[in-house]
Design a protein around this ligand. Structure first.
Ligand SMILES: Nc1ncnc2c1ncn2[C@@H]1O[C@H](COP(=O)(O)OP(=O)(O)OP(=O)(O)O)[C@@H](O)[C@H]1O
Length: 681
């Protein structure tokens, strides 16, 4: 199939230029590839709206019918565009098709079949063979386009060699015309990055680094200008025809340009074409009408608008319909039309809805099927009439057509893959955090000594403690692997368990201290915690001790829990409990006796209480006359307000609280020693 852009040439799109796009060949396509036939039949979706929900959100209580028996079919290499006015049910249909909402959820009633080659589409099939690209671009803003694709590739195929991964990424970059911006950061509100269209292409690219059979896209063109939108549609068209993937996309308010691209033959470059009347697709019915009508050709500049009867064109041959695009037009959760976009106006003209004068076809279709602004009965009639048309009968026949053989299920990823994924996740999170310090610091840059900013500082202290301790989760798999080697060496008599535990603790000291220094120093000074250098050192010491205790806990969990995935879950649960019971969220005098011990052994309690004293003691805070929630003018008053019934923060002794952290660390390391010894002997 011919590519829509000539390789090596830039294509002019309105005022913007698009990078040259390479043909989308399939370097990752496996030899076992086979035809995929995706069908959905009589999909119905209703929700139970409770009285409370109705009173909160508006509307009536009772059963709300959202989809009323929608059917469709699409096969390898084809695109199904779901269109309809706002509230017609596009997103709901997509949600049912991708399984975001499914039968069995309380309050939802979903019926109908969604099948792939005759087999119900399972969650495992979806994870292996399909992908959903949401409307909002969920990319890593501080990473470049190339890095976003590379990390996705490593995540999906952890065992792939670096060379193979690079090959795939290069191919996708070239195919999506992203080579020119591959080293540019994606960006966000704080960080200038690539354009909206490039972001959308990157989001699609992230899902193309592995072979997909079906790609679902929620409103891929929304928020983009007409040129970028038709560029995306052009890309999807090439993608479907050249890689055989099925594309199902909801398209909100398609512009004329996008709507007309639905039927553009593949040897016409939609992105590069300024649409003219004589470039539009003409159906048989339209041709008859054109011959009957004697209308003068009308041109509307670069924006396509055309009368129902197309202007005669003697010079331009009428192109064939693209076999790759199908449109499903929804109204009030029902089908009003299913078939080629170019036949849609004829369909409604036959039902007595002819546009008067010049219209944007997409706007016209959405207008006559919009129950909010048209007569509801007339709109319902359109949906009812659809069932009597040859188009509907053709769809029913298509739904009964013989199926290709069922697809084979792939094998599940093992532990090694999970470990490699974890490593990739950690590397990615670190890169993103290191590269985006501005955004991190900006959130607290304007913190001043006012009543409003007291709570900002409190949350910053809590967040620093929680974030840094959760980061230790990454150590669990390392301890797990390390343990195997230690067991062998101790059993072989190389050294004793105690020796190993002491050496381990000694080695960890400088590393944990370095982490505490690196994590705290920028945050402490950017957010102007407290100018006194001695307090800064105390803050670092507390962070170091808290992390050392958490490291002891991670090591203990690594020995006690045999499976590292379970170990991570246990460790995260322990940390969450320590966080909740740190004395800030629940006052210890209100804690049931059964839970009180958690307050006493929570390292996050000691670090929070001592850090609060370091930050607030000796300071003064303005704004008592205007505050809604007031904490006090002096540091002592603020600490008093933040205190709980168990401990007054003014009475906290930094030395004693550091001692408590040292004690906890010693106890947990002793338990670790005993557990390790027991697991060996
Ligand atoms: N969980 C729900 N509870 C109640 N009503 C719902 C629920 N989900 C969808 N709806 C309603 O169903 C109708 C269809 O919603 P849907 O989001 O699918 O429309 P849409 O065609 O995607 O609209 P838009 O283009 O504005 O996003 C709307 O009236 C919506 O309010």
């Amino acid at each position: 199939m011919a590519s829509s852009a000539v390789a090596g040439e830039d294509v002019e799109v309105g005022s913007s230029r698009v990078c040259p796009a390479e043909p989308l060949s399939k370097p990752w396509k496996s030899p076992g590839d086979q035809k995929v036939d995706f069908r959905f039949r009589d999909v119905r979706f209703s929700v139970e709206v409770s009285k409370m929900k109705a009173s909160l959100m508006g509307g009536e209580a009772g059963v709300k019918h959202i989809l009323g028996g929608v059917s469709g079919a699409v096969e390898s290499g084809q695109i199904l565009a779901i269109i309809g006015s706002s509230g017609a049910g596009k997103t709901s249909l997509l949600d049912v098709l991708v399984g975001k909402v499914s039968a069995g959820t309380k309050g939802l009633d979903i019926t109908g079949d969604v099948t792939v080659n005759g087999k119900a589409m399972s969650k495992s099939f979806f994870l292996e063979n399909a992908a959903y690209v949401p409307q909002e671009d969920r990319l890593w803003s501080a990473l470049t386009v190339r890095e976003n694709l590379t990390f996705a590739c490593k995540m999906y195929s952890p065992a792939l060699s670096r060379a193979d991964s690079d090959k795939r990424v290069n191919k996708v970059l070239a195919s999506l015309g992203l080579e020119g911006c591959q080293h540019t950061k994606v960006g966000n509100v704080f960080l200038k990055g690539i354009s909206g269209g490039q972001k959308r292409r990157t989001s699609i690219g992230v899902e193309l680094v592995v072979q997909r059979k079906i790609l679902f896209l929620d409103e891929p063109t929304s928020g983009l200008d007409a040129a970028s939108a038709s560029e995306i549609m052009s890309l999807l068209r090439r993608l479907a025809s050249e890689t055989d993937v099925i594309i199902i996309a909801s398209v909100h308010q398609p512009s004329s340009r996008v709507f007309n691209s639905f039927d553009q033959p593949l040897d016409t470059d939609v992105a590069g074409t300024v649409l003219r009347q004589d470039a539009l697709v003409e159906s048989e019915y339209q041709r008859e009408r054109r011959q009957a009508d004697e209308m003068t050709p009308r041109h509307c500049g670069t924006l396509p608008c055309f009368p129902l009867s197309l202007a005669p064109s003697t010079t331009t041959p009428i192109p064939r319909f693209s076999q790759h695009y199908t449109v499903i037009l929804l109204t009030m959760g029902q089908t009003a039309y299913f078939g080629p976009a170019s036949d849609s106006l004829d369909h409604f003209a036959r039902l007595g809805h002819e546009p008067k004068g010049l219209v944007n076809p997409a706007d016209y279709l959405l207008e006559i099927t919009n129950a909010d602004f048209s007569d509801t009965e007339a709109v319902q009639e359109l949906a009812d009439s659809w069932k009597e048309t040859p188009g509907c009968r053709a769809l029913n026949a298509r739904l009964e057509a013989p199926l290709p053989p069922p697809l084979e299920e792939g094998s599940k990823a093992g532990y090694l893959a999970a470990l490699l994924q974890l490593r990739t996740l950690i590397v990615r999170a670190s890169m993103n955090s290191v590269r985006d310090p501005a955004a991190y610091a900006l959130r607290y840059y304007q913190v001043e000594n006012t009543q409003e900013d007291i709570l900002n500082r409190v949350f910053l202290i809590l967040w620093i403690n929680a974030f840094n301790s959760y980061m230790d989760m990454a150590a669990i798999p390392v301890f797990e692997l390390e343990k195997e080697a230690v067991v062998k060496e101790v059993q072989n008599g190389q050294y004793g368990v105690a020796g190993f535990c002491i050496a381990n603790a000694v080695v960890q000291v400088p590393f944990v201290l370095l982490i505490a220094l690196c994590c705290i120093t920028p945050v402490y000074w950017i957010t102007d915690m407290n100018d006194d250098p001695l307090r800064y050192l105390q803050f670092i010491l507390l962070m170091f001790l808290m992390l050392f205790v958490i490291e002891s806990l991670a090591q203990l969990v690594g020995v006690i829990v045999k499976n590292f995935v379970l170990g991570i879950a246990v460790f995260a649960s322990c940390l969450s409990m320590f966080f909740i019971f740190n004395g800030f969220f629940i006052d210890p005098i209100n804690m049931p006796d059964f839970w009180l011990w958690l307050y006493w052994i929570s390292p996050l309690r000691y670090s929070w209480e001592a850090m609060a004293q370091i930050v607030f003691e000796g300071q003064t805070y303005a704004g008592m006359d205007t505050c809604v929630t007031c904490y006090g003018t002096t540091g002592a008053e603020v600490l008093d307000s933040l205190s709980n019934g168990g401990t007054n923060l003014n009475d906290v002794s930094i030395a004693a609280w550091c001692g408590a952290l040292v004690g906890l660390s010693v106890v947990w390391r002793l338990i670790h020693y005993v557990a390790l010894k027991r697991s060996i002997f």
